[in-house]
Design a protein around this ligand. Structure first.
Ligand code: HEC
Ligand code: HEC
Length: 302
């Protein structure tokens, strides 16, 4: 799809280009009118410098005029073959050239992709060449959110720490990348009011073993039992089927300060991991899953 829907620009460019070519040709022809016989001297133009340095009105050198005509002919041939004023006889477009190159690259790499698609994800994590391919894909498609080192940022999970919202088995990682995820923590501010939010936030601090107000935490425990266990579990250890994080482990998606926890509970959170299956295809998603799996399943992480 082009951004320019108006036909106006076609005419605009066509007129400038054709007008330019016609004007140049006329100019050249007009300059070829004066012809000199052998031995004859051209008229002087009347311009003089330093007393007796005069300008002659000599015709343009023939070789130079020829070259100029050749550039004009070249321009016309180019316009006929390539898209300029109309589509061009060769029907060339940048997008079908791109398509051809992609098709070439695909046929070149298809063998490799087929080989790794047949390999279990855990085996890809052990295979240097496959991992390197996965890493290149990661650096292209994933780093803007998860970071070049895959350690994430606030709201974007760290993929290297063995702590998973949705599960770290090869199958779960593949499912996450292929189909995407949408983590939704409901907002409780309007339901609870400020005091009750603060109480339950202090209970979350207690779950994580952090300093808190004991009185508030005791009151908050009740609220937690009534409302939060449905997703975060009776012990607050989370539920990977819902993407509800473990609240006891001091690994935070948004932050574990009292203020941030209050903000999370008051306003809720809604967080999207895009789906990649359609865009990248199964083979690349498979390699990416292998790479991500390798980040927390290597000698260093153990
Ligand atoms: C637009 C930002 C964005 C991009 C790009 C992105 N992700 Fe994510 N990803 C997220 C967010 C946000 C989450 C957490 C979703 C949630 O909180 O429910 C996530 C979660 C994940 C998880 C689950 C982590 C867990 O703890 O269970 C994996 C695995 C993952 N991403 C891998 C990838 C890979 C591989 C790519 C590149 C193909 C990628 N992501 C690209 C935003 C992104
Ligand atoms: C409907 C399920 C559901 C309920 C009920 C629920 N949560 Fe959540 N909660 C989630 C999900 C899912 C996330 C992760 C959101 C994301 O991926 O962005 C989350 C995230 C959080 C976080 C952020 C953790 C971090 O690592 O930064 C806190 C804190 C939290 N919830 C506390 C609570 C408390 C307290 C309650 C009860 C008042 C509660 N949640 C009720 C689903 C729920």
């Amino acid at each position: 799809m082009t951004d320019f829907q108006s036909i106006f620009w076609n005419y605009w460019i066509a007129i400038i280009v054709i007008g330019g070519i016609v004007a140049m040709t006329l100019l050249l022809m007009s300059q070829g009118v004066v012809k000199l016989k052998k031995g004859e001297n051209a008229d002087v133009t009347g311009h003089k410098w330093d007393g007796d340095l005069e300008e002659f009105n000599n015709p343009l050198p023939g070789w130079w005029v020829m070259m100029f005509y050749m550039t004009i002919v070249f321009g016309i041939v180019y316009l006929v073959l390539y898209p300029g004023i109309w589509g061009g006889m060769w029907k060339w477009t940048s997008s079908n050239q791109y398509g051809k190159e992609v098709a070439q690259a695909n046929s070149k790499y298809q063998g490799l992709y087929d080989k790794y698609s047949a390999m279990p994800i855990a085996a890809i994590a052990q295979n240097q060449e496959a991992k390197d391919m996965g890493k290149r894909l990661f650096l292209t498609y994933c780093i803007q959110c998860h970071g070049a080192d895959a350690r994430g940022a606030k709201g974007f999970p760290n993929l290297t720490d063995g702590d998973w919202l949705y599960g770290g088995s090869p199958e779960k990682i593949l499912e996450t990348i292929a189909n995407g995820r949408h983590g939704q923590m409901p907002a409780w501010g309007a339901v609870f009011g400020e005091e009750k939010v603060k109480d339950v936030a202090n209970y979350v601090l207690q779950l994580a073993g952090k300093p808190r107000n004991e009185l508030r935490a005791t009151r908050g425990a009740e609220t937690f039992k009534q409302t939060c266990v449905a997703c975060h579990g009776a012990e607050g250890k989370g539920n990977q089927d819902l993407g509800a994080p473990n609240l006891t482990d001091n690994t935070w998606l948004y932050g574990g300060s009292e203020a941030t926890i209050i903000e999370t509970i008051t306003n809720g959170r809604s967080n999207v991991m895009p789906a990649w299956k359609e865009f990248l295809g199964d083979a690349k998603v498979h390699l990416l899953a292998g790479y991500v799996y390798s980040l927390s399943n290597n000698e260093k992480a153990k």
